[in-house]
Design a protein around this ligand. Sequence first.
Ligand SMILES: COC(=O)c1ccc(CCNc2nc3cc4nc(N)[nH]c(=O)c4cc3[nH]2)cc1
Ligand SMILES: [Zn+2]
Length: 372
Amino acid sequence: MSTPGDFKIHATDGEARRATLTTAHGDIQTPIFMPVGTQGTVKSLTPLDLEEMDAQIILGNTYHLYLRPGDDLVARRGGLHKFANWKRPILTDSGGFQVFSLQEIRKLSEEGVEFRSYIDGSKHFFSPEKAIDIQKNLGSDIMMVLDECVGYGADKDYTNKSLEMTTRWAKRCRDHYPKGSGGQIMFGIVQGGFYKDLREKSLEQLREIDFEGFAIGGLSVGESTKEMYDILHHIAPKMPSDKPRYLMGVGTPLDLLEGVSAGVDMFDCVLPSRNARNGTLFTSQGKINIKRAEFAEDDSPLDPECGCYTCRNFTKAYLRHLYMAKELLSYRLNTYHNLYFYLDLMKQIRAAIENGTFAELKAKYEAAYAKG
Ligand SMILES: COC(=O)c1ccc(CCNc2nc3cc4nc(N)[nH]c(=O)c4cc3[nH]2)cc1
Ligand SMILES: [Zn+2]
């Protein structure tokens, strides 16, 4: 009988790992990409769409669901799985990043963070314990600790003080929901900004706490790709090798390949779903923007190598028309394709690690996406 948090590595190819993570709502095959469902829905898609494209886990946001409809309301409806009719695993982010990135007005103290609702301006307060209570109410399979994600360019002294508070908060989160006290597992979040010694310090402090997994936070905050990869390759291989490593908020197709090559197992990003809504579509030949006039009478599929519903049934000309007409179906068909593309890329990555051809796969996509 496997237990939530069990993490079994089946194969490696360099630092890349092919593993299985057990959760209370089923096993997850890693490396994995998690479609973002901020308000309990992956915008414009149904759970059936997501199951069809083999999405194994989706991400929800504590901050948004607490403010609306309320984590207590969701709990009374049986939890987020029942409420949204999503039977597979859910990971919830703790709200730390959302408060810091979405709010101007907020007050940060040792106790937690005070902020105002983006919906009605009412005042709210998240302590580490409160952030965990909300995720308990939502019933997510993987809970994230409340942390401070320092902004790009934060100085070393502030970054150091912040990571030490984030460690104290992480301890409070774990003490508030001890390991094994329920089916939900908890990940710590490594901070430390763009200072390699502070990244190591954050990791050393967090590995003392018994988390089922560890995330890399504080990246994808406006830094250059080079700066992100530099920190990524420095810290990921140092993270506990017997536990899942989750890179938060990342990224492009090339970022996913780079992250896997550094030993990362889990990713989430709004990029594929948000870009779909503005017409930027990912294909095996690189990125295209469907609104370009060149596609107006192009009867070819979006991506000849893609097996998704959109590519099998519609032409670029029709997809461009839907986009220009601001038709709702544009959101749905574009999002379906972009997420299918991301999930299929992860499927190819898992297979490549199993048969030792990961480097070749990475080179193929680097060539196709070289023009950025
Ligand atoms: C079209 O694409 C877009 O609009 C778009 C927007 C934002 C991101 C970046 C998202 N980056 C990011 N998400 C993050 C979420 C995080 N959560 C916690 N708890 N702690 C962190 O330290 C943290 C860092 C992140 N960095 C990427 C893409
Ligand atoms: Zn497609």
